[in-house]
Design a protein around this ligand. Sequence first.
Ligand SMILES: Cc1cc2nc3c(=O)[nH]c(=O)nc-3n(C[C@H](O)[C@H](O)[C@H](O)COP(=O)(O)O)c2cc1C
Length: 457
Amino acid sequence: METRGAGTTGGRKMRLSMFMTGDSNYHMAGWRLPGSRPDLGVQIREWAEVARKCESGKLDMMFIADGPGVSGTEDPETMSLSARIDRMDPIATQSALAMATERLGLVATISTSYNEPFNLARAVASLDHISAGRAGWNIVTSGNKTDALNFNLDTHTPHGERYERAEEFVDVVRGLWDSWDDDAFVRDKAAGRYVDPAKMHFLGHRGKHFQVRGPLNVPRPPQGHPILVQAGSSEPGMNLSARVADVVFTSQSGLKSAKIFYDNVKSRCDRYGRSPDHMKVMPGTLLFMGRTNEEAREKYDKLQSLIPLKVALQRLTNNLGGVDVTQFDLDGPLPDIPPNSARVSSIESYLIIARREGLTVRQMAMRSAAAKHHGALIGSYKQICDELECWFTEGAADGFNILPSDAPGAINDLVDHVVPELQRRGLFRVEYEGRTLRENLGVPRPESRYSLNRQSA
Ligand SMILES: Cc1cc2nc3c(=O)[nH]c(=O)nc-3n(C[C@H](O)[C@H](O)[C@H](O)COP(=O)(O)O)c2cc1C
């Protein structure tokens, strides 16, 4: 990895999130390394240890990726060679982790395509109470074709329609979180009054997809609204981010395109009367690291050598929205693939990488098995810090969602080696600024829509 020069930060601090998925070995072969915990996904005490490790490194949050189904079941033999199968419910997991940590933000991925807004508003508001203001919701529309089969559907809903539902879904959830004013629950034993009825609000929502009266049966969350994360980078994805997201996850594999995305999504905030500073853009980044460049490269090569080709091809097929890549010449270039009903921006990102790096279908599949279409850095701890610093100071990122190649190895490496160097450079906090996730991210607590209405009346 080349070493890049650093710019200036103006006192701005980088945000860091730890990306957890299933057993959290993001690299397809991560679970096979000698030190990896392949059962981490279902061992809550191991999760708690990882969460406390992240908290000792002052990370902003632990993010749990999720999808409502198992992908690859069409070919059980190939599926059985991959670890991306079992995963616990993220709200259940984060609720347990809330009791094991004090400051770490706890973000759960939940689909807008396969849930009802009332249930989701209640679950995430509950997590915010359980964690005393550290909850977040990663809003996804779910891109896996077979997930629909678990939810009374025969086929996947097209991309545009999923986003249309997501827009309305998010509005209902935000409305339900405002069901009660912050001080509605008086619980006055002497007067015998539990709640002030003047501070209760019916949502009365009637839209195209949902009809919800309210109120929610959970008090207003400590953060007002738990943190909203959005991870879609298509046109409708960017618009939803600009309107509602406090944090934007994105897959960006090059500095130049990352800067364009950053400026593009931030420039849209104006349309919705929002400050771009209140929306933190955090690309997903996979780190292969070691004490030296050679050690990092060795780790990467070892991991790559453990990927069965058919697993890589299955993953690429899935990430291209079901376009079967085995139909192509594996040693020829990845052909142009149009967006489909399952995937839009991820197909675009794959094509950009394949063209820029001149990758064949086989090479693309192996790259995808390592890091999908996310940015991937291979280098010494210092080189990794140089690159993160460069993206941060060049205006391509407010921080990073770190994808651990293997767990707990890569998580420990980040906290023990990368974080201290970033702190030494003044790029990352040495202590949490506040108690809630909003306070630590530096995004304001939203007023209830009803108190805003009263102020403007
Ligand atoms: C860092 C990152 C994390 C993501 N995590 C999830 C996830 O956990 N579950 C999911 O269904 N999609 C996840 N996605 C995918 C997006 O939510 C989105 O569905 C996908 O990018 C397609 O939408 P788009 O075409 O608008 O980009 C993630 C994307 C990124 C960049």
